[in-house]
Design a protein. Structure first.
Length: 284
């Protein structure tokens, strides 16, 4: 039910591109989508024998990955949106900030207090360029299916939907799955990740799987002392070398997504998909 089986392995076997782009979506605010994104990117980089990976903060409302990684970026991806025709490898690399582990971050300076309208075609160009430069790209998509996020999803080899077992989160997770399916991202492309999982919640996990119509691919355990230590020391767990239960879960997640390299969908969304997209953006 929540074991280590890869629900997408058959699709992975048909692709030999060797590159992955993982879009991480949160079913609800507060589920830990930024934490999952940062730790996944670090573990994936380590798994690929430290071939440098990229982490893109596409959260248009509360981008804070630079805070999690203790970085002070001089540039943000808003600068890249001013003239997408000038976007080339040299410009992108100059805007990225490098973590001590070698991970490259494209920081967000969007905070939800200003206009966050971003033309989708610019996002598409940015995603393709990042994929050409890095073997692994992880995108923090926040919790809203706006036009920018939807364009990023079209380039994704894997979509992670992060959730917890709270009732409001599960309700929104069901709606999110329905919206993703309408937008053309079938259940075979989406991996469900349960964050802050507790042993006593096994029964609830089974009910969640029935509700979602899909098994939870992986559970990240709730270890408060690890989370507290990471918060107090100002570091993400997977930036260290010691391996607790949480880090082992992220390592399994990295292995899962790096084995999943199916070709992204390229067809334009239907009118109904565009309507769903606008509805989700307005409701957030």
């Amino acid at each position: 039910m929540t074991g280590n089986s890869n629900p997408l392995r058959s699709a992975a076997e048909s692709s030999g591109s060797g590159r992955s782009m993982v879009c991480v979506l949160g079913a609800h605010s507060g589920v830990g989508v930024s934490t999952v994104s940062a730790n996944l990117a670090l573990c994936a980089q380590r798994r690929s024998l430290n071939r440098e990976a990229a982490l893109l903060d596409f959260n248009l409302y509360e981008g804070d990955l630079h805070l999690l990684l203790e970085l002070e970026p001089e540039h943000s991806w808003r600068e890249l949106m001013r003239d997408p025709l000038a976007l080339d490898p040299t410009l992108l690399m100059s805007v990225l900030v490098k973590h001590k582990t070698g991970l490259h971050l494209l920081a967000s300076d969007y905070d939800g207090l200003r206009d966050a309208s971003v033309p989708p075609d610019k996002i598409g160009r940015l995603c393709k360029l990042a994929q050409s430069l890095f073997p692994m790209v992880v995108v923090d998509c926040g919790t809203v299916l706006n036009s920018a996020v939807n364009m990023a999803l079209t380039s994704a080899t894997t979509i992670l939907l992060v959730m917890t077992l709270e009732v409001p989160t599960m309700r929104r997770a069901v709606r999110m799955m329905e919206a993703l399916n309408t937008l053309g991202y079938g259940r075979e492309r989406v991996i469900l990740v349960l964050n802050r999982s507790r042993r006593e919640d096994q029964g609830l996990q089974a009910e969640a799987e029935v509700l979602l119509g899909q098994p939870l691919a992986l559970s990240i355990p709730d270890v408060p002392e690890d989370a507290r230590e990471a918060l107090e020391t100002g570091r993400v767990l997977c930036a260290g070398t010691s391996g607790g239960a949480v880090i082992r879960a992220y390592e399994r997640l990295a292995a899962l997504v790096m084995d999943t390299k199916q070709a992204p969908a390229s067809q334009p969304p239907s009118w109904r998909a565009r309507w769903i997209q606008r509805l989700w953006s307005d409701a957030a």
